[in-house]
Design a protein around this ligand. Structure first.
Ligand code: 9MR
Length: 572
């Protein structure tokens, strides 16, 4: 006789919303439907039903069943979903499920701040640290950073901003999209009349109590840095943005930011960085206006100058090869960045010149503005579409309806992919690349906006199910968010949160998202330990695996967006 089927029950390890979808994926070789039982904390069975065999899941190679207990809506903690002899990890059902993650995922950015000390009173003693990169020895920068040889002959003050990830680089391309997502989370919540939860004194940041929404205060820390990266008037490439600032050579691990002794360098301006600056600064001018008109004016003038400079230098590409001491963020396709920046400038100003740049772009009608792989730092046309679909503006009604339809069509694509892949994950089977969890969270944003545009519940359901994926309903039964879930990532690649290397250092703070499965195996740990992995299982919670397990601002930004959305109470 065959050995009994082994069963594993994968759930959202944090739990489920009372009014949200509640589904689990059951890994089992059983071919017949099985009985699932939902037990409360006392062990009593409160609901039961039959699993639905779904066959093999391509990205994970696992045979699975689905268990759907969405009709159970009673709040509580310590629930366990049991199938055969196997039980899930315990989880909650409650309306305030995502309140903690909403602030923790956003607090990530404060932790990543450069150029300011992190105070014990705000972050706790384990995470407190001196300011990094203010020119205090052994730091060499960032108050007076020389250009790389051959780039220019002056220094620039580029202090502040957020460190990109586990390294101490600051990259305008990735900073721009991350800032845009943080500010967009506020702009979206405000449209829904739910921005109070992101308002003043909702985060533990130094600007608490200044009458400005904390989420915008956090974004401003990066906006000020991004604007410092603009080439000054009178210099070659005036108005463009330097592509990035980082160490001249890769530093070792661990390394607290204030102890980095490496030379810092400004790298040549690029069209992509300039357009990221234009887009983020134009959005800033629109969203910050009610809170600080002078800052909004400054953002707008930076955005206009950046746009003009990018038009004058439309093909100054950052090369993929420039990856010594920092990431390359190379991009030689910037028509999508032009489209995104034009959309932001148009939404903010309503001016005909920017409108013509929007409607004249091939991305305005391209069916691939929403790629099956999701948007990202190199693929930004979707961000322009999201703005044009949601911010009131002067596009002709038919054009605007077409843009809106493109958002819902993209969302429907994600939904059908989620349905086809047993783990309700919107990325395609060949889409598990570096930062796949960031793609997943980004796709959820498109789903949520489609829900806003149509009022259809299926999009909210989909957005919430991507959260299930990130929090443990996945091939590895792994919650990729530190501090959330029984088996959550806590050894992400980071120079300061390097507990795995030095027990006196902390793990990443709660709310830190790991990059996630990457079938490319692009680091030595992944190459050694993950050989032969199924794409959705190419992940290891090891600090050395930077290609599967780093943190990054462009991944935590969509997570923070999604957590704020999921935390909102529905009126029904
Ligand atoms: O997220 C980036 C990913 O898309 C690239 O494939 C990868 C290699 O170039 O770089 C990733 O970004 C890293 C950056 O280069 C340096 N800081 C850490 C970033 C996250 O791993």
């Amino acid at each position: 006789t065959a050995a009994p089927a082994t069963t594993a029950v994968r759930v959202n390890q944090l739990g489920y919303l009372p009014d949200g979808p509640k589904r689990a994926t059951v890994v089992t070789t059983a071919t017949q439907s099985l009985t699932w039982r939902l037990r409360d904390a006392s062990g009593k069975v409160v609901a039961s039903g039959a699993t639905v065999p779904r066959g093999a899941d391509t990205p994970s190679g696992q045979a699975v069943h689905l268990a759907d207990f969405s009709s159970y809506r009673r709040s509580g903690s310590g629930y366990v979903l049991a199938v055969d002899d196997s039980g899930s990890v315990p989880f909650d059902i409650r309306a305030n499920l995502y309140d903690g993650l909403r602030s923790d995922a956003m607090a990530f950015f404060h932790h990543q701040r450069s150029g300011v000390p992190l105070a014990t009173s705000l972050v706790g003693s384990a995470y407190a640290r001196p300011a990094g990169h203010l020119g205090v020895a052994p730091n060499k920068g960032d108050t007076s950073v020389p250009c790389q040889a051959t780039v220019c002959d002056y220094t620039q003050d580029v202090r502040g901003g957020w460190y990109d990830a586990g390294d101490h680089g600051k990259y305008v391309v990735n900073g721009g999209i991350s800032t845009w997502l943080v500010v967009n989370s506020f702009e979206r919540a405000k449209r829904a009349g739910k921005d109070a939860a992101l308002g003043d004194s909702t985060l533990r940041i130094p600007e608490r109590g200044n009458d400005t929404p904390d989420v915008l205060d956090e974004a401003r820390w990066e906006l000020d840095f991004l604007m410092r990266m603009q080439v000054p008037a009178g210099k070659p490439y005036a108005g463009m943005a330097f592509h990035k600032v980082h160490d001249a050579a890769w530093t070792g691990m661990p390394m607290r930011p204030d102890q980095d002794a490496e030379v810092r360098e400004l790298h040549r301006p690029s069209t992509a960085a300039t357009l990221n600056l234009a887009a983020a600064a134009a959005q800033c001018a629109r969203v910050f206006r009610p809170y600080d008109a002078a800052f909004a004016d400054r953002c707008l003038s930076v955005a206009r100058r950046a746009w003009t400079a990018a038009r004058a230098n439309p093909a100054l590409y950052a090369p993929d090869s420039d990856s010594t001491g920092g990431g390359a963020y190379g991009d030689s396709q910037v028509t999508d960045e032009f489209y995104w920046a034009a959309a932001e400038l148009y939404a903010t100003t309503g001016e005909g010149g920017y409108r013509d740049a929007v409607t004249g772009s091939t991305w305005h009608t391209s069916p691939t503005a929403f790629s099956a792989y999701g948007f990202g730092w190199a693929d930004t046309a979707a961000l322009g579409r999201l703005t044009l679909a949601t911010v009131p503006g002067g596009l002709p009604a038919a054009d605007r309806d077409r843009i809106r339809a493109s958002v819902t069509a993209a969302a429907d694509g994600y939904l059908s992919r989620m349905a086809a892949q047993r783990y309700a994950v919107p990325v395609p089977a060949d889409g598990y690349f570096w930062g796949s969890n960031g793609q997943v969270a980004g796709d959820a944003i498109v789903l949520a906006v489609a829900g806003e545009l149509t009022g259809k519940e299926r999009y909210r359901t989909g957005a919430l199910e991507t959260m299930d994926y990130l929090l443990g309903r996945n091939a590895l039964g792994q919650s990729y968010i530190t501090g959330y879930g029984e088996t959550s990532s806590r050894n992400q690649h980071h120079r300061f949160w390097a507990h795995q290397l030095d027990a006196s250092l902390p793990h990443p703070p709660a709310g830190s998202l790991a990059g996630g499965p990457n079938s490319g195996l692009q680091d030595p740990v992944a190459e050694e330990k993950l050989k032969g992995c199924a794409p959705a299982a190419c992940y290891i919670d090891d600090i050395g695996s930077y290609s599967t397990n780093e943190v990054a601002i462009n991944w935590n930004a969509p997570l923070a967006w999604l957590a704020a959305y999921a935390a909102e109470r529905t009126t029904t």
